[in-house]
Design a protein around this ligand. Structure first.
Ligand code: SAM
Length: 337
């Protein structure tokens, strides 16, 4: 079976395996050509949006060696796994799946059972792969949990992601459209995904993905400024936030106050790399009892004080150590003032 690269080996700008990985001043890695293009007209980190102290790029020798070793053990067929285009199932046989059935409790999401067990979405464009993912019976696309925290949360047992067929979703930090393409499948023709992405490089890949998906609307904008797009978006059923910013909770509240229906839900990813050094908050109320996890209580409390109700939190092992997904509901009573 064709191997999908581990998430740590994929550049967040190109959506592909790192090519000549380099580290920026803030310690994040990118493919050299991609970050060089980015730095030609930005002084910020593509990953965090923070100003970079300088434009120095240091080769990441250990990452390069790890990827070369991974390529050797998986064959070069794995190298283009993240590219958009028709499934290269001629290069490797698709996984053997005997039965496809709806995933219980998750409308619009499916599981395939056979020699292996896979999470699937029913493709809006049968026969087409978006980022190199496998197709099952041409109609279903494999949703890889190592490429999508939302898939990891579903496989990890989250009760609901609050975005079934017909839903309107505002997606903050859509990157190059990997997860956005699956949400587009889930909400189907009756629903809509407004996908906000600040990086023009990731945004151009996202726009390609959206070209043939009428329910996926790319918005190349900063989620810190929702006034720029709220009239286009209107009112949504769900906000999915995956922007990996320390002030993500504040950004999400800004968006929710403008765009989320009363009673609607927020699904938000929490990254250990972002929160590990954030100041702990005294009142966590058991939202983070897992040893070795950053204290996410501060984020939870931010939502509480803004009138939102935390519903569920799930950690994402074995796919993402120390990361979590939190769901929150907008209170049925509007916050005053
Ligand atoms: C973890 S990646 C997203 C991966 C994507 N959600 C997926 O599953 O395919 C975080 C993304 O958030 C974007 N981002 C960071 N700050 C942002 C902001 N203020 N507004 C919009 N997007 C932002 C980054 O450019 C990056 O593409």
């Amino acid at each position: 079976m064709r191997e999908v690269p581990p998430a740590d080996y994929v550049c967040c700008i190109t959506g592909d395996l790192f090519e000549d990985p380099v580290v920026t001043a803030d310690g994040h890695s990118y493919s050299r050509n991609a970050i060089t293009r980015w730095l030609s007209d930005h002084d910020t980190s593509p990953k965090t949006g923070a100003i970079l102290q300088d434009r120095r790029l240091v080769p990441n020798h250990s990452l390069r060696a790890a990827i070369e070793q991974w390529r050797t053990s998986n064959g070069d067929r794995a190298a283009g796994a993240a590219h958009r285009g028709p499934s290269s199932s001629s290069a490797a046989p698709p996984p053997t799946i005997a039965v496809v059935e709806p995933k219980r409790g998750h409308p619009g999401i499916f599981v395939g059972r056979g020699a292996t067990r896979l999470l699937l979405t029913r493709s809006m464009l049968p026969g087409e792969s978006v980022y190199g993912e496998e197709l099952i019976n041409t109609a279903f696309r494999v949703w890889d949990p190592t490429r999508s925290v939302l898939a990891a949360a579903i496989l990890g047992g989250i009760n609901s992601v609050h975005m079934g067929p017909g839903a309107k979703v505002l997606y903050l930090g859509a990157g190059s459209g990997v997860t956005a393409s699956h949400i587009s499948d889930i909400v189907d023709e009756g629903g809509c995904v407004y996908a906000v992405e600040v990086s023009p490089l990731s945004g151009s890949v996202l726009e390609n993905v959206a070209d043939r998906r009428p329910n996926l609307i790319p918005i190349i904008a900063d989620a810190r400024n929702p006034q720029a797009y709220c009239s286009l978006v209107g009112t949504v059923d769900c906000i999915f936030a995956d922007i990996a910013q320390l002030d993500q909770a504040r950004i999400v509240v800004l968006n929710a106050n403008l765009c989320l229906k009363v009673g609607g839900h927020i699904v938000i990813t929490m990254k250990a790399s972002i929160h590990a050094n954030s100041p702990a908050n005294a009142r966590t109320d058991g939202w983070n009892r897992t040893p070795g996890y950053p204290d996410y209580g501060q984020e939870v409390n931010h939502f509480r004080t803004e009138g939102f109700k935390p519903v569920e939190m799930i950690t994402l092992e074995p796919y993402y150590e120390g990361n979590a997904v939190l769901t929150i509901q907008r209170s049925s009573v509007l916050r005053q003032g």
